[in-house]
Ligand binder design. Structure first.
Ligand SMILES: *[C@@H]1O[C@H](CO)[C@@H](O)[C@H](O)[C@H]1NC(C)=O
Ligand SMILES: *[C@@H]1O[C@H](CO)[C@@H](O)[C@H](O)[C@H]1NC(C)=O
Ligand SMILES: *[C@@H]1O[C@H](CO)[C@@H](O)[C@H](O)[C@H]1NC(C)=O
Ligand SMILES: *[C@@H]1O[C@H](CO)[C@@H](O)[C@H](O)[C@H]1NC(C)=O
Ligand SMILES: *[C@@H]1O[C@H](CO)[C@@H](O)[C@H](O)[C@H]1NC(C)=O
Length: 451
């Protein structure tokens, strides 16, 4: 057993799980469950981040040649952008909430930005018309994009109301510019990284505990048991999730999908988890692999063939990080990655996405599981520099001991450091298997072919 797993499974759990230490841990050290600030302090922090982001909107409007950005929404039928501009203590918008961002010029210079109306009497419409008359915006962005969620959050009923209330004069000035929503939602601020590291560490700590003797007994524990263990455990850590955890036994048939496999976990299994946590307006999305030692046969480590598969997937991560550069489209990066993999004789698939305000956040995707070489619309967007990305992929590798080709699926979250360093993983990456070392009366039925 590797020393860090030995420490993890014995000493640490005895020491308690809320060890507070500063500085970034080396990813090969056991992860700790991190304590977040009180909810009251979190609200102050979140509002500060939001203010730091909103200040860029006038410049964003200018960049795209737009004078005003108008959103209209009702409680429970809100614009996607709502969730990235609201106060920390707000939930759904009240009544009908209309938000107007402007460029701080002419009649609206010095006015709040955005202007906001909350109304259920209709009184807002004459006020809005009067505001527009004074400001006279030539181009008004509405979130009506057909393909991109972050530029398409205006509900159809709200569009009809805007048409009725604003009339031809203003509606003829309406335009669709999804990059407004994408660039705003994708933007990170420096203060977030510290807390994002904590969320990453808690994510790793959850995986290290789930994929240990503490949670899994071969022959007794199912993949679904582990999934629900994650859900319950997250409650105790004051974090939630944006996606039900998916735990799988990896076989040649298991493909990345929307659920885990429904299996009894047995000795010799290659296990996989795909899950993320949510807190402080941020999300993680992580996939790790674990190996269930044949403890009843005294096996001491994962087989070499499995280690080689993980190593190949690690190499693919290096390739993706080296090719991702702001300004390239997602499809360009995808093509360059696939070309480099071909040169190195690596087969596999790449499907990366931005992560941040949402698990699948705004911006360019680099492949989809069902679109391995080219993605319309979302793949044609440019990579933005100031974002977080989830590097999600698998390498195919033939494992001689099993006479099988498996998909080695891993995922870690990266952030843009600077021009010199490029992208780095927020907490490093998995390079060794999590090992489950527990015997059970149920002996594996898996036929193992010796190397
Ligand atoms: C697995 O557990 C057994 C029994 O506790 C122990 O003797 C052995 O060293 C462990 N193996 C590994 C690889 O940790
Ligand atoms: C979760 O919140 C409760 C209530 O504030 C607190 O007592 C507990 O220590 C928190 N747990 C963690 C892991 O932060
Ligand atoms: C625009 O107005 C808002 C709110 O009054 C202010 O916080 C922001 O700094 C202004 N932006 C510019 C570019 O002047
Ligand atoms: C390995 O698998 C292939 C095809 O799945 C089969 O033809 C072959 O006999 C297997 N080899 C061994 C040693 O079982
Ligand atoms: C595993 O062993 C337990 C008893 O230890 C038994 O109840 C259970 O049915 C067995 N499971 C399988 C799949 O054989």
């Amino acid at each position: 057993m590797k020393w860090w797993f030995a420490i993890h499974s014995t000493v640490l759990l005895l020491l308690g799980q809320l060890h507070q230490c500063s500085g970034q841990l080396h990813p090969q050290e056991p992860a700790q469950y991190r304590r977040l600030p009180s909810l009251r302090d979190q609200a102050k922090i979140l509002d500060r981040w939001r203010d730091e982001r909103i200040v860029h909107i006038p410049a964003l409007l200018e960049k795209h040649g737009i004078d005003a950005w108008l959103m209209s929404q009702r409680e429970y039928a809100e614009d996607t952008i709502w969730w990235s501009i609201k106060d920390a203590t707000e939930y759904a918008p009240h009544r009908r909430t209309v938000v107007l961002f402007h460029r701080n010029t002419s009649s609206l210079a010095g006015q709040p930005n955005p202007l906001r109306w909350v109304d259920n009497t209709g009184q807002l419409w004459p006020e809005l018309r009067e505001t527009l008359e004074g400001y006279d915006p030539a181009r008004i962005a509405l979130n009506v994009d057909k393909d991109i969620a972050f530029g398409g959050g205006l509900h159809v009923g709200e569009l009809e109301v805007l048409q009725e209330q604003l009339g031809e004069k203003w509606m003829s000035r309406a335009i669709n510019q999804p990059m407004l929503g994408i660039e705003y939602v994708a933007g990170r601020v420096p203060g977030q990284l510290h807390y994002y590291r904590d969320l990453q560490e808690t994510t790793w700590a959850l995986i290290e505990e789930a994929f240990s003797n503490k949670v899994i007994t071969p022959g007794h524990t199912t993949t679904e048991d582990v999934e629900w263990w994650y859900r319950e455990k997250m409650l105790t850590l004051n974090v939630s999730t944006w996606n039900h955890p998916r735990v799988s036994v990896i076989t040649p048939e298991s493909f990345p999908g929307w659920s885990g496999t429904k299996d009894m976990i047995r000795e010799g299994d290659l296990l996989h988890v795909d899950f993320g946590i949510s807190a402080m307006g941020m999300h993680t999305d992580t996939q790790h692999l674990a190996y269930v030692l044949r403890a009843s046969e005294g096996e001491a480590d994962a087989p070499a063939g499995l280690k080689a598969g993980l190593k190949k997937a690690n190499r693919m991560q290096d390739i993706v990080l080296s090719k991702m550069r702001a300004g390239k489209t997602g499809n360009q990066v995808l093509r360059e990655c696939l070309d480099q993999m071909e040169l190195e004789g690596i087969e596999g698939q790449v499907y990366c996405h931005p992560i941040g305000d949402w698990g699948h956040a705004a911006g360019a995707v680099i492949g989809f599981t069902n679109m391995p070489e080219y993605v319309p619309v979302l793949g044609e967007l440019p990579i933005l520099p100031n974002t977080y990305y989830s590097i999600e992929l698998y390498a195919y590798h033939f494992v001689p001991g099993r006479n099988e080709t498996l998909r080695f699926r891993i995922e870690e979250n990266a952030y843009w450091v600077d021009e010199d360093k490029g992208w780095e993983f927020v907490r490093g990456r998995q390079e060794r298997y999590h090992l489950i070392n527990k015997t059970s009366p149920n002996v594996s039925s898996y036929l193992y072919i010796q190397n």
